[in-house]
Design a binder for this molecule. Sequence first.
Ligand SMILES: *[C@@H]1O[C@H](CO)[C@@H](O)[C@H](O)[C@H]1NC(C)=O
Ligand SMILES: *[C@@H]1O[C@H](CO)[C@@H](O)[C@H](O)[C@H]1NC(C)=O
Ligand SMILES: *[C@@H]1O[C@H](CO)[C@@H](O)[C@H](O)[C@H]1NC(C)=O
Ligand SMILES: *[C@@H]1O[C@H](CO)[C@@H](O)[C@H](O)[C@H]1NC(C)=O
Ligand SMILES: *[C@@H]1O[C@H](CO)[C@@H](O)[C@H](O)[C@H]1NC(C)=O
Length: 464
Amino acid sequence: MVEVASPSSSFGAYTSPRSSPAPYRSPSSKKPLWLYCVYLLFGCVCFNAFLTYRRQKAFVRTTLAANNNDLMDDSVNADGSISYSAGAEEHVVSSNYGSSMYGGGIHTARSKPKTEPTRGARMAKLENNILPKPTNGTADFNARKSKAVAISNFEGFSFYVLTDTPFTDWQGKRLRSQMADLRHYLKDNPQRDNITFGVHLGNTQQVSNSLCMEESYNQTAYLLAKGPRPTLVVPGNSDWFDCPFRDKSMELFLKYYGPDFIPKEWHAEHYEPLHLERSEKNPELFVFYFEGILFIGVHLLHVQAEEETHHAWDRRMKINMEWVASSVETYFVQHNIRGVVVFGHAPRTARTRPFFVSMSNYFLNITSRQDIPVMYLHGHGNGFQVDTKFSNETEWYSFVDVQIHPSGVADPVLVDIAPQVQGKVQALPEENNMQTTLFEGLVRIDRRKGIYEDPMDIPKRNLR
Ligand SMILES: *[C@@H]1O[C@H](CO)[C@@H](O)[C@H](O)[C@H]1NC(C)=O
Ligand SMILES: *[C@@H]1O[C@H](CO)[C@@H](O)[C@H](O)[C@H]1NC(C)=O
Ligand SMILES: *[C@@H]1O[C@H](CO)[C@@H](O)[C@H](O)[C@H]1NC(C)=O
Ligand SMILES: *[C@@H]1O[C@H](CO)[C@@H](O)[C@H](O)[C@H]1NC(C)=O
Ligand SMILES: *[C@@H]1O[C@H](CO)[C@@H](O)[C@H](O)[C@H]1NC(C)=O
């Protein structure tokens, strides 16, 4: 472009029209060179904008595809050998959070991997050492008061679920718009006051964009707080694990989405009825009971064996297993429970399987619990999926694994829980093909608009 016009000639061309009374000359007259330059420049800017848009779209697609491949690799590797990378080890050693809370002792013994127990043996040991141990369920509320349970009533209610967003600036705008939509919906439909809370299933940033800066946590917490109801966040990979300083990032996660988030951002009338409880040592773990449903939030990540020491991984697995164990054992004794929902980030894979096996020990073969519906709701995948493989395999028929599509490109999902009258669930119908009912209508998953036709086309009215 430089050779098209020298500065002096374009300046000369610029001054001349000012002296002329008619800036637009007849079509036959020759247009000044500077004008062509401006056209060319404008063309370049437009073309560049177009390319950026295409890149962003391609980025979304490849990210999603990569996620998928990731999962495939993991399941292919099923019981594959564990390899350690020195790089990954340093990563964890440099992290206080990883070492003090989840890392356990990181010792050099791992330089002799042959003396390690095999993963299967290690996991079996882990599963058998979880406390509290499962009871036979005779002390459960449902067993003790079966007559009262058989005629009990519960209100129906709903909650919204998001995951894996915002990864980019436009997904930040999208999140703002999604929260505004929900807020407007509740304002326009006051009878839908039974939308009770929200959950983000982890990955509140894309590390390559946010660099795990405090600003990113603050900004996303601010956007989630625009939502109409208290919103819980379970940790995902990019929330701390993928960050350069894991301990620092986990601190930020807890600072912005931890125990202070909800009381700071929402009215007491909205969160008090939930009676949220959190783990004292690991406050990202939560549990609450609402209208017959037990909700448990866990810290389950999708991590390859070489990304972390097995001590760190086992430690976190054990914390999750024990959180579910103690939540189930205490809440089942105290409450009339008609369903359980577990919120986590990671999909069910060969590596996370021990968590599910451990959980099944607290339901399977326990008369008062084995028919209670249990749903595991997670993100970190591509596409909406209802998976019953584990349930079929283990004959735990009341278990279902549900994956939600990343909310940067799809509507937040609304989960409806049916009311119960005189012990009878008032089954929810499927009203359109975006709705999926589970457990004979006790649960309805409503994907609403589903995947947006153009995720970057965000309604302007919601951005004010
Ligand atoms: C269940 O466990 C309790 C206490 O552990 C015990 O007293 C009771 O006999 C057991 N009941 C059955 C049916 O096994
Ligand atoms: C929530 O309330 C609305 C209005 O009363 C009702 O139509 C809807 O069925 C309720 N939702 C559930 C899940 O019960
Ligand atoms: C967080 O964001 C709010 C509003 O966007 C701003 O007022 C506040 O200073 C920010 N805090 C930090 C620590 O960045
Ligand atoms: C449940 O019972 C069946 C048959 O009695 C047994 O094969 C299975 O191992 C038991 N499962 C658990 C988790 O205890
Ligand atoms: C359930 O498992 C059996 C064998 O274990 C298999 O034949 C069947 O196809 C499975 N069904 C589903 C829905 O996965």
